[in-house]
Design a protein around this ligand. Structure first.
Ligand code: ZN
Ligand code: ZN
Length: 361
């Protein structure tokens, strides 16, 4: 099969022939229909996060089950699925207390180190990115990396739910659990931020402030539910937010992955407010907040891993909302392309031109 290979940071992915194994115990082979180009991949391509090479990136994928391995009872060939990087074992303490996104027994869903790798190129192992490797014609994953979805759901829009939508909606609905009538600021109007804005709209937020540096993304944010837009290229966004909601917002979300923006998300809070950090802040960077506003104002700063998802519960809910016309996924796809367009998709994302490019197969 063809796949987009990552051979090292700061170089384009190359389209190469990769051998994919047959499904073994509890594994499922899926024919990829679509894969979104998520910002997290770019963090690895840019070398901000380390990853062994060679590897096939991509993790926002949807497709159709082609073959199932021994012991798979949840799925059968022909089923439509979304893949999620929050692969869960199902029996560790995190999984059993309702936090499968924090599963700490991930090795139970991987092949043992001595076994044949799932992917090979020229007889040598190829690393699977986030246990998915979605920039490829097929993916081979543990069944607990998949959720079955209705066939009526278009697979290109389903793919978006695989990471960005689940992360943004989940940050609002699962991690922060905002109340109806709340005031909210979302920093970053990319795929995750736009989903958080929609989550805030669905949860009945009274004020939803989108903060971004790009005019076109702010316009889209307003179409998807933002009540106000703050162009951070025009000056201090914290002052602008405090100008809209006196005293600051009750909830803020950082959906970019920058230390400075995480600090702004905290500074934009009213007393008692909660800042939720969703973006991938580069490893080793420290986020600093003012100690006095933290304790005296009882403000909180919390992390959010993949929207605190229980994806087999959350994703079907999001599909219902889409089918009912209450969750807009159509406008979140700015561009479509083929596998070879992956590098152009990264460029467009870096330039701030797109909310999402979806590669279709
Ligand atoms: Zn677990
Ligand atoms: Zn992602």
């Amino acid at each position: 099969m063809r796949a987009a290979m990552f051979r090292g940071p700061n170089q384009p992915l190359s389209i190469e022939e990769v051998e994919i194994d047959a499904p073994q115990d509890r594994e499922v082979l899926v024919k990829t229909a679509a894969c979104g180009v998520c910002h997290s991949d770019l963090h690895f391509v840019d070398g901000l996060y380390p990853h062994p090479t060679p590897a096939v990136l991509g993790h926002e994928a949807a497709g159709v089950v082609e073959q199932v391995g021994p012991g798979v009872t949840y799925l059968k060939p022909g089923d439509h699925v979304i893949a999620c990087l929050s692969v869960f074992c199902g029996y560790c303490e995190q999984c059993l207390t309702g936090h499968p996104n924090r599963c700490y027994n991930r090795s139970a869903t991987q092949r043992p180190p001595a076994a044949k790798p799932r992917l090979l190129a020229g007889g040598k192992p190829v690393f699977q990115f986030l246990e998915i490797s979605g920039y490829a014609e097929k993916i081979l994953v543990h069944e607990n990396a998949l959720v079955k979805i209705p066939e009526a759901m278009p697979l290109d829009r389903a793919a978006l739910i695989g990471c960005g939508v689940t992360t943004g909606l989940g940050a609002v609905l699962n991690t922060a659990k905002i109340e109806a009538g709340s005031t909210v600021a979302v920093f970053g109007a990319g795929g995750v931020g736009l989903a958080a804005i929609q989550g805030a709209r669905l949860a009945g937020a009274r004020v939803i402030i989108a903060v971004d540096m790009h005019e076109s993304k702010l316009a889209l944010a307003k179409r998807l539910g933002a009540t106000h837009a703050v162009d951070a290229s025009q000056g201090d966004p914290v002052g602008a937010i405090r100008g809209i909601v006196r005293g600051g917002v009750q909830y803020s979300f950082e959906a970019i992955g920058l230390k400075a923006v995480a600090e702004q998300a905290f500074e934009a809070l009213a007393p008692g407010g909660v800042a939720t950090i969703v973006g991938m802040i580069p490893i080793g960077q420290k986020v600093e907040v003012d100690g006095f506003s933290l304790f005296w104002g009882e403000r909180r700063l919390q992390g959010c891993n993949m929207g605190s998802n229980r994806f087999r519960v959350d994703m079907p809910r999001y599909i219902d909302l889409y089918m009912q016309g209450r969750l807009n996924l159509d406008d979140m796809i700015t561009k479509r392309g083929a596998l070879e367009d992956v590098n152009e998709a990264f460029r467009a994302m870096k330039a701030g031109e797109v909310a999402r490019t979806v590669l279709t197969f």
